[in-house]
Write a protein that binds this ligand. Structure first.
Ligand SMILES: C=C(O[C@@H]1C=C(C(=O)O)C=C[C@H]1O)C(=O)O
Ligand SMILES: [Mg+2]
Length: 465
């Protein structure tokens, strides 16, 4: 039987063209019985630790989990990261031998990964392993969609790999999964310390920025801060993922591991989704807390829907997303007024943007055109980014950057990596930001970031701030 190379072939190796000169990608997908995605993520964690990803879409239409790395696409030139990733992905797929009879979006060869918020930021130690972009083609991938579970295996070989040998490999794995002892029991994570990084200084910077917004043409700046958590022991991402799924059922739940680092979170904000010709982006900006009962909750919601400051924060996002999608879409449809999106700790103003992809649409290029929207950057983008660089004094890394997947058919979905944290053994940084406009009040914005820390704090068993 022809030898096939599974996760060991490109382990810890960047995708280099010469490696793939002779070897080509063999990909095999088959439907299997349902298998729990979090259990799959935990399967043989000593082997796959550091080379895994997890994704659940906010509408629960797609779950995908990757174990092991068949290839990594990362790029040297941060400025060209979207275009270069797109080109390398197409090269990798060019002579690929793909067996995927069902051809369901999210199955077959698929890249999962993300991009840093700011390609010009200086990378701090904690984000070193991620660089400015990282996309994995997994060795083994589980997809749950449309009430069916699929297993995909990707491998490179210089020889012809028969579908038969990949099928055998798949069957072997299915058998092992069935026999696997379920490991997830209770959440053992305990927080030792939680330290907000310089909140007083952050408040002073907010005042300075608001002053700039009052006196210049800059209209909005999204300003973020971080919080350090220290755990009693190393925190396993599986437990945090499990909690996020339980506690934030309407969010995207994502995790991306690079060595001993795991970037994960529960984001309510879709950047872009494309399935066949259908395109969906969402504008999410403008926030208020949840009430302690239905009456108070409705009152807060009504206030948000009519609040000038929040409507302005929101409107800036809608018009930018419309402009960014126009070159790639026809039939763009945008409701005139936002509605409420209620998450467990917070409610937001929400406007969906729909369209049909034209022939110029390619998801990584559209992500490039959209990122950063004024929900994460500001207006005008350039001025806002330079204020963020000057005042924030932290490396956002992948926080607020695009995170998601694209398959070999060009389908895909990216969220923005907010309500998130970077876990490294017994430490984590959590991130939260908020849209500042000229009538922002710094104390209120601090409160808003405190609410935005809650999903990750609760999932790690932390105290409510
Ligand atoms: C920046 C964050 O959230 C963004 C800012 C919002 C706001 O200021 O109202 C709302 C949703 C997000 O677009 C975050 O959660 O860290
Ligand atoms: Mg806000």
């Amino acid at each position: 039987m022809t030898k096939i190379f599974l996760q060991t072939s490109f382990e810890n190796d960047l995708y280099k063209e010469q490696n793939h000169k002779k070897s080509k990608l063999f990909s095999y997908t088959q439907p299997i019985d349902f298998y729990d995605p979090v259990e799959f993520f935990t399967y043989q964690s000593s082997t796959f630790h550091g080379k895994r990803f997890f994704w659940k879409s906010s509408d629960e239409q797609l779950w995908t989990v990757g174990l092991g790395i068949a290839a990594t696409i990362s790029v040297d030139d941060a400025e060209e990261r979207f275009q270069d990733s797109h080109t390398k992905w197409n090269q990798l797929l060019k002579d690929a031998n793909i067996e995927n009879p069902a051809r369901v979006p999210g199955t077959g060869p698929l890249l999962f990964g993300g991009f840093s918020f700011d390609p010009y930021s200086e990378i701090e130690d904690e984000w070193e392993a991620f660089g400015h972009s990282i996309l994995y083609l997994p060795s083994y991938m589980l997809t749950v969609t449309e009430n069916q579970t699929y297993l995909t295996i990707n491998a490179f070989s210089n020889n012809t790999v028969s579908a038969e040998s990949l099928r055998e490999e798949a069957n072997k794995l299915v058998q092992q999964l069935k026999n696997d002892e379920k490991l997830l029991k209770e959440n053992p994570i305990k927080i030792k310390n939680s330290i907000e990084i310089a909140p007083d200084k952050w408040i002073r910077s907010v005042d300075e920025i608001v002053n700039i917004l009052k006196t210049t043409d800059t209209k909005k700046v999204v300003f973020a801060r971080k919080l350090l958590l220290e755990f009693e022991e190393s925190a396993q991402p599986s437990y945090i993922i499990k909690k996020l799924l339980e506690q934030q059922p309407d969010s995207f739940v994502f995790a991306l591991e690079v060595g001993d680092y795991c970037f994960l979170g529960a984001s309510p904000e879709r950047l872009i989704k494309k399935i066949d010709h259908d395109v969906l982006s969402t504008c999410l900006a403008g926030s208020i807390g949840r009430g302690k009962d239905i009456i108070e909750d409705q009152k807060l919601g009504e206030m948000l829907l009519h609040d000038h400051k929040n409507l302005f924060e929101h409107e800036l996002v809608v018009s930018m997303i419309e402009d960014a999608l126009r070159p790639y879409c026809t039939d763009i449809n945008i409701p005139a007024e936002p509605v409420l999106m209620k998450m467990p700790d917070i409610q937001h103003l929400y406007t969906p943007v729909r369209g049909k992809a034209n022939e110029d649409f390619s998801i990584l290029n559209v992500v490039e055109n959209l990122h950063p929207t004024p929900a994460l950057g500001g207006v005008p983008t350039k001025a806002a980014l330079s204020i963020i660089r000057e005042k924030e004094h932290m490396d956002r890394g992948f926080y607020a950057g695009p995170i998601g997947w694209t398959d070999y058919k060009g389908n895909g979905e990216f969220a923005v990596g907010i309500r998130s944290g970077l876990i490294n053994r017994d430490k984590a940084y959590l991130y939260a930001g908020c849209g500042l406009v000229s009538d922002s009040v710094s104390e209120e914005e601090l409160k808003e970031t405190r609410i935005k820390f809650q999903p990750m704090l609760k999932a790690t068993g932390g105290e409510i701030l």
